[in-house]
Write a protein that binds this ligand. Sequence first.
Ligand code: FAD
Length: 288
Amino acid sequence: MERRDVVIIGGGPAGLSAALRLGELGVAATVLEREQEAGGIPRHCGHLGFGWQSHRRIWSGPRFAAQLRDDSKGLDLRTGHTVLGIDGDVLRVQSEHGISEIAAGRIILATGTRETPRSARLVGGARPRGVMTTGALQANVYLQHFKPFERPIIVGSEWVSFSAILTCRHIGIQPVAMIEAKDRISAPRPGDLIARLAYGVPVWTRTKLIAIEGRSQVQAVEIERNGARQHMACDGVIFTGEFVPEAALLVNQPKVILAGNVHGALKTSGACWREGRATAEQVARELA
Ligand SMILES: Cc1cc2nc3c(=O)[nH]c(=O)nc-3n(C[C@H](O)[C@H](O)[C@H](O)COP(=O)(O)OP(=O)(O)OC[C@H]3O[C@@H](n4cnc5c(N)ncnc54)[C@H](O)[C@@H]3O)c2cc1C
């Protein structure tokens, strides 16, 4: 069985910065990334807002991800490698060569976080096309240059919900509204004013999505606004935020160390990058 000093699961900002820092400290690390290209979520966040904390630059997500890949040249970075499970210090890994096992002196879990999809939210109605999270929308728009709808509704009002507006604008989609069940938006104000005045997207608080309607594509949604039900025409639904750590591999694994968004609430990519480095320093001290 192959043996490595440190294996990092996830090649996003946290995992790559951890590997880089370990390399600087003289510890060889292997990064296992399930996608064919490393870089994590920033790969498909086409708007500006990345790179300041790590490189003192303001870049788009793909530019930041490209820089991280460039920084990682010379590291043992294995893309197309999905970790299926961890048993003590042994990882079960799937790649195009089949399933193999790697024993690791230390394991860093940097698998990030994902938005809650429709399936895990209590929303009734039909199951037509055009329902997705911001992450899926970004993959459609920035990676596949595909426009999945024209007039969607955005559910949620976290930072990432405003990122959904920017993604829509990038490809000429005009959201009909952003809705939030709470009394005020989750992102800081004046996010709602900017959405309305700069992007023409009204933001309705105290508004809840009840059901989705449509046969093949979304045709309308039923919402409850200030206690009253109404139907609203739209051709898509974007579920935003309500992030859940991607920590399925963590069950009963006390030896695994966490880095980045898999650890706690959603943070910026720069904060994750720094956390990766700090985790690397902790691991290097333990191995010294
Ligand atoms: C829509 C959106 C907009 C954002 N906008 C900004 C912004 O403007 N500025 C900013 O600083 N931050 C922004 N963020 C946050 C930023 O993208 C994240 O904080 C950052 O990507 C987290 O880094 P990470 O390495 O912890 O996780 P991720 O970037 O999620 O990387 C995790 C990696 O682990 C891999 N992985 C998962 N499971 C496995 C497995 N079993 N085996 C192998 N590999 C696995 C994934 O493929 C992925 O590449 C945004 C996030 C979203 C969702």
